[in-house]
Design a protein around this ligand. Sequence first.
Ligand SMILES: [Zn+2]
Length: 428
Amino acid sequence: MFDLIVKGGTLPDGKVADIGITGEKISAIGRLDAAQAGQIVDAAGDLVSPPFVDPHFHMDATLSYGLPRINASGTLLEGIGLWGELKQVMTQDDVIERALKYCDWAASMGLLAIRSHVDTCDDRLLGVEALLEVRNQVKDYIDLQLVAFPQDGFYRDPTARANTIRALDMGVDVVGGIPHFERSMADGAASVTELCEIAAKRGLQVDMHCDETDDPMSRHIETLAFETQRLGLQGRVAGSHLTSMHSMDNYYVSKLLPLIAEAQINAIPNPLINIVLQGRHDTYPKRRGLTRVKEMLAMGINVGWGQDCVLDPWYSLGTADMLDVAFMGLHVAQMTSPEDMRTCFDMVTVNNAKTMGLTDYGLRVGTKASLVILDASNPVEALRLRAARLCVIAKGRVISQTPRGDAALSIAGRPPMSRRRHTPGGDG
Ligand SMILES: [Zn+2]
C-alpha cells in the first residue's frame, strides 16, 4: 500500500513508470497497482522530473527591486553600492517576509533546493539571522543551504572577517568569498587561501563568487583550484560566475581547465545575470561574459546554471523559474544541439544537486519523494515551453498545482484550443 502513486509519467530518461510514495520517501518505481494507493496523481503523457535545484542565489536581497532606488548604470559595482544603501535601512522582518514570498514562488516552480549566499558584511548580521529563521521555516519543502558571503570583501571590509566567522558559528552551511573585489590581486588570492582553510578546518563546503569580472587577468579560480587540491577539498568547492574566463587568453585556459577538473571544482555560471552585468564597459563588439561552459563540460567538470538574482539591485526581472535560467544559458552558450539542450535540463537538476552535495535527491527508490510534473513530454520540450509545473510534490506531499499552458481560441475554422506542446511526428 502506498500513500500516493504518481501514475504513468515519463521520466527524464524517456522511460514511462509509476512512482510509489510511502511517507516522505519513494518506495517503488515501475508498474504499480492503482488500487494500492491512498492518493493518485495522474501524470500520463507528462514529464516527471526530480525537483529543480538552484545552487546560486541571494535570498537576503531578493524582491527588493526599487528599494531605495533602482540601479541606473546596470553594473555590478553600482548594484553593490545600492545594496549597501539598502542594508542600512532594512529590518529583519523585511528580509524574512521577502524571502518567504520568494520561497512560495520557488515551491510553485518546483524549485525545492536553493543555495543562497547571505551577506556577512553587517555587524548586526541581520540577514544571517533572518535567513537562518527562513531555512527553518521552509525545511519541510525546500532544502535551503546558506553561504557566508563577505560581499564587501573579506579583507576590504574592516569587520568582514570576524563577522563571516561569527556567521559560520551561528550555523551558516558554506564558506563564501569574493576575491576579485578585494583591494589587490594579492589580497584576493590570500582571501581564497584563508577561506578555504577555514572550510577545511570546519569540514564545510566552499562556494566563492570568483572572477565575476571582464578582466582576463583576474585568475583567482587558479588559486581556488590550487587550494582545493592542497587542502583535500576535492568535490566540495564551487566557483560561481567565473566570467573572466570568457575573456582569458586561450593558451592560459588550456592550462586552467585541467586544473579545475583535477580539483573537481563545480562551476556555476549565472546566465541571466552574466549577460546583463558583463560587457558593460565594452563598446562593440560587446563581450557576453558567460564562462566557457561547453569547454568545461567537455573536460568532465560538473557545471550547473544558477539563478543568482530576482528583482534586486542587480537584476530587475525573474520568477524563480530554473527553466528560464537554463533557456537563457542555452542561448548565450549556444548549446543548441539536441544533446546540449538535454544537458541544459540536467544543469538545473542533477548537476546542481551534485554541486550542493544533495545525497537524498533523484527519482530512485529510497530517496526523498520530491518531484515535479511538467506540462511537457520531455526535458527539451520543458525548456522550449518553460512548461507549467502541473504538480509539485515535496517529501511526499502535494504542495503546488498549476493549470496547463493551453489557450482557448475563438478563430473561425480553427480548433477551439491551442496547445503549444508539439512532438515532431508525435502526440501534437
Ligand atoms: Zn551572486
